[in-house]
Design a protein around this ligand. Structure first.
Ligand code: 6PG
Length: 238
């Protein structure tokens, strides 16, 4: 997690020097939670000018913000409570609203935060943090779901039959407009899928494989268990 924390610190420093702010989209999942706790700890927390960070969520479950499954709640408990950012910098997805309404509302919030009108392009996040599920999903873009086909919208409500639930998620064109995307992947249950995704061998391609920020490869930080079927460790793996 230290490697991931250093990546975030570096990205934040570069964005703040270049543009005066760091627009960072967070992810749900247990792996990012560990990163947030590292960033909130002594020795790390002092190294980011948190007053210049804007927080967003790349996906959310359709639950209220205090619910145990809320990605916002997870990030609040692991990181935000420790740094108390200005409320206007915390852009959460309203999981408590009807999903289509929450998606539209969030697009308007992004339009304002990035000064880009919906339909006229895509906001460019400085960094989108992502996880990958054992089925190859990322954010709440699950294999075979309608959101994968979206080319115009920024945020959609995605019906995920395998979960029997609707999720709010960034779309692929929004993710791919980011300056950088960083995957954090941990656990032996991901090993087989990770090998497929990085080898780009799945047909149709798995959602995680379709993440190409600005047409480039995403960065992957992978633990030993998840990387067990890959070649020898390289700098990209932690
Ligand atoms: C979520 C996510 C999801 C997650 C992966 C990996 O809300 O669950 O955003 O895409 O990142 O499922 O989760 P783990 O890190 O817990 O394996």
């Amino acid at each position: 997690m230290q490697t991931a924390a250093e990546r975030v610190i570096r990205a934040a420093g570069a964005a703040i020097s270049a543009r005066g702010r760091f627009d960072w989209a967070l992810s749900g999942g247990s792996t990012p939670a560990a990163l947030y706790r590292v960033l909130a700890s002594r020795g790390y927390v002092e190294r980011i000018d948190w007053s210049r960070v804007h927080f967003y969520w790349s996906d959310e479950r359709c639950v209220p913000p205090e619910h145990a499954d809320s990605n916002f709640r997870m990030a609040r408990e692991a990181l935000l409570d420790a740094i108390s950012p200005p409320a206007s910098h915390v852009h959460r997805l309203a999981g408590e609203l009807p999903p289509a309404t929450a998606a539209e509302q969030y697009e308007l919030e992004l339009a304002q935060a990035f000064a880009v009108a919906p339909g006229s392009g895509f906001p460019a996040f400085d960094l989108i943090l992502l996880g990958m599920g054992a089925d190859g999903h990322t954010a709440s873009l699950f294999p075979g779901t309608p959101a994968l086909e979206e080319r115009r919208r920024w945020i959609v409500a995605n019906d995920v039959a395998s979960l029997g639930a609707t999720r709010l998620t960034f779309t692929l064109p929004l993710i791919n407009a980011a300056r950088a995307a960083l995957f954090l992947v941990a656990g032996a249950d991901k090993a087989e899928r990770l090998e497929q995704v990085l080898g780009r061998r799945a047909r149709p391609p798995l959602p995680a494989e379709l993440v190409r920020p600005l047409g480039d490869d995403a960065d992957w930080l992978v633990d030993t268990a998840a990387g067990a079927r890959l070649g020898p460790p390289s700098e990209e793996r932690s």
